[in-house]
Design a binder for this molecule. Structure first.
Ligand code: AN0
Ligand code: CP
Length: 318
């Protein structure tokens, strides 16, 4: 595997989930694979889970890890070609990326949507430059438009907790005070559309996601109707995708917050969220603390989804 940015990079998803469940039983089983190999993690944005779970996955595989927080201690990076660099940016990505590639074998990159230019975000301007110029396998640790390590961990979690062959999985928009990217819901839809689940997306009008990720998924604008009979509720906020409102907050309607009354409409659904989560905006204290909440095992599976990706990348180096 030379790049990991979306579901297609995993090939057969059933095989990938099986591989994940095997690795989970024996997570140090490939410790020699990463011997004398170095992972570089490059963060343009904050992280708790991705930072720790990715390092842990690399450690499981016997790798060394290095972390660069671009905004803390590195030179400020210009990302656009052709700019006269007479401002506050001291170095260009076009030098920085191949230099980073000199010091490592695999690179992970976190670079969120900037909401300045929709076309640049949806071209994955920064991540694609890493893929093109690093000379190393590159994986997304959440790009501008996708968060595939999260969605893969989510799918593994659903596989572990499902009680029927084809569960009903509902992706629900929920309110949040700040504008958030569409990466998490995009990737969740990308993966659920390839999985054996009855997939429904619910959100207020105006929050339609990019059709390349939604594909044939059912859209239900009435949250209560969507929740009826659900086996999994996956809550997440995102900002608007439509051109005229791109990156904007259109609603902070707290009637969309996932609470006990809404969960009572479901088939005793498990509650999921990628975290970090704002309590009593996205989900009430009661729901996230209830036995139906599986947000912690979901986060734990980030180590496993990443270990599968790193293992496949290490195998491709040989
Ligand atoms: C980010 C997002 O919504 O994309 C990261 C989630 C994993 N969340 C925040 O910025 C709060
Ligand atoms: N879910 C997730 O990616 O969390 P972090 O932003 O803390 O890495």
């Amino acid at each position: 595997m030379k790049a990991f940015t979306n579901v297609k990079d995993l090939g057969d998803l059933k095989v990938a989930v099986q591989e994940a469940l095997e690795i989970k039983k024996n997570r140090f089983g490939y410790k020699s694979l990463g011997e004398n190999k170095t992972l570089l993690m490059v963060f343009f944005n904050s992280s708790l889970r991705t930072r720790l779970s990715t390092q842990k996955a690399a450690i499981n595989l016997g790798m060394n890890t290095m972390v660069l927080d671009v905004n803390q201690g590195a030179w400020r990076l210009e990302t656009e070609r052709g700019v006269v660099m007479d401002g506050d940016k001291s170095e260009h990505l076009l030098e920085a990326i191949p230099v980073m590639g000199c010091y490592c074998d695999i690179i992970g990159v976190r670079s969120f949507a900037r909401f300045e230019n929709k076309a640049d975000d949806y071209k994955e301007n920064i991540l694609q430059q890493f893929i093109q110029y690093a000379g190393r396998p590159v994986f997304s640790m959440e790009g501008a438009t996708t968060h595939p390590l999260q969605a893969f961990a989510d799918l593994i979690t659903i596989e572990e907790y499902k009680t029927k062959a084809r569960p009903k999985v509902v992706l629900s928009w929920a309110p949040h005070p700040k504008a958030l990217p569409q990466a998490v819901p995009n990737s969740f839809a990308d993966f659920m559309n390839e999985a054996n689940v009855d997939f429904v997306i619910t959100h207020p009008e105006g929050y339609e996601l990019d059709p390349q990720f939604v594909r044939g998924a059912k859209i239900e604008y009435d949250q209560d109707k969507a929740f009826a009979g659900a086996d999994f509720i996956y809550a997440k906020n995102w900002s608007a995708f439509a051109d005229e409102h791109y990156g904007q907050i259109l609603s902070k309607d707290r009637s969309w917050t996932v609470d006990t009354a809404k969960m009572a409409l479901t088939n005793q659904a498990k509650f999921m969220h990628c975290l970090p989560v704002r309590r009593n905006m996205i989900v009430t204290d009661d729901v996230i603390e209830s036995p139906q909440s599986i947000v912690i095992p979901e986060a734990a599976n980030r180590e496993i989804s990443c270990e599968v990706v790193l293992k496949r990348m290490l195998e491709s180096l040989k």
